[in-house]
Design a protein around this ligand. Structure first.
Ligand code: NAD
Length: 244
């Protein structure tokens, strides 16, 4: 059954980035209220907020470093205070790392695991009390095809996305009976700044567009029936279908 997002409160992390900005525009078109949570690039965050305003939506912009524990542990409460509720969390912020296994430093390990695993883990914990009050409670965690595969020179990024996908599966089962839906979206190469790090071999026309990932997120958010999707793996059309 297709349902509306009108007036639902959606939290998007990494909202100034390529996929995050497209997701914000997608949910703004559906009439949702949006919190842009975290990000140090104010110019990009404000650009995303301006796009949202074009749809008549007044976004709540909360800049900050999600690696900062004070910011991380207080941002959900601040958003709930601002809007009076939270219905949907989209954990989209992430960072990539490209290096041979033996050259991956411990500080890279900690930095990538922190942003790609610990941050969404903590935000999921913080948001659950609010989602329990919602009739549209949903969490979407943006992982990657490397939550399923392992690319050369991406050991730590791959480990982080496997971990994100792993805890998402457990959480989905834990809260399912409370009518809270939890999904992972696992994109292949998407045309954003990040892909220059993860897939420097790809060119624009080879890649998935951020709006295509936003459409998939919208599909998940606007269907609430008996058919539930756990995770979605999105491959580039240029790829061999048997090699996701
Ligand atoms: P992007 O670099 O354009 O966006 C990443 C966003 O995360 C930025 O807005 C950035 O500000 C935010 N972020 C990173 N560290 C942060 C921190 N410490 N505090 C606050 N915000 C922080 O990249 P993107 O491609 O839009 O990536 C979005 C998500 O999609 C990521 O989780 C990424 O791993 C995933 N992904 C991307 C691709 C791809 O090919 N682009 C493929 C699969 C998965």
């Amino acid at each position: 059954m297709k349902v509306t997002l009108k007036d639902k409160v959606v939290v998007v992390t990494g909202a100034g980035g390529g996929i995050g900005s497209a997701i914000c525009e997608g949910v703004a078109k559906e009439g949702a209220r949006i919190a842009l949570c975290g990000g140090n690039n104010l110019e990009k965050l404000n650009a995303s907020a301006d796009i949202i305003r074009e749809y008549g939506v007044d976004p709540y912009v909360l800049p900050g470093d999600l690696a900062n524990m004070d910011f991380l542990t207080t941002c959900i409460d601040k958003i709930a205070q601002h809007f009076g509720r939270i219905d949907i969390l989209i954990n989209n912020a992430g960072i990539a790392h490209n290096a041979p296994f033996e050259e991956t430093k411990m500080e890279d390990f900690d930095r990538i695991m922190n942003i790609n695993v610990k941050v969404p883990f903590v935000l999921c914990q913080k948001v659950l009390p609010y989602l329990r009050e919602s009739n549209h409670a949903t969490i979407i965690n943006i992982a990657s095809v490397v939550a399923h595969k392992g690319y050369v020179n991406q050991a730590i990024y791959t480990a982080s996305k496997h971990a994100l996908h792993g805890f998402t599966k457990s959480l989905a089962n834990e809260v399912y009976a409370e009518n809270i839906r939890v999904h992972t979206v696992c994109p292949g190469g998407v045309f954003t700044d990040m892909v220059k790090v993860t897939r420097p071999d790809l060119t624009g026309e080879d890649m998935i567009m951020p709006e295509e990932i936003a459409d998939i997120v919208l599909f998940l958010l606007t269907r609430r029936g008996n058919a539930v999707i756990d995770d979605i793996c999105v491959r580039r059309a240029a790829k061999n279908p048997f090699d996701v």
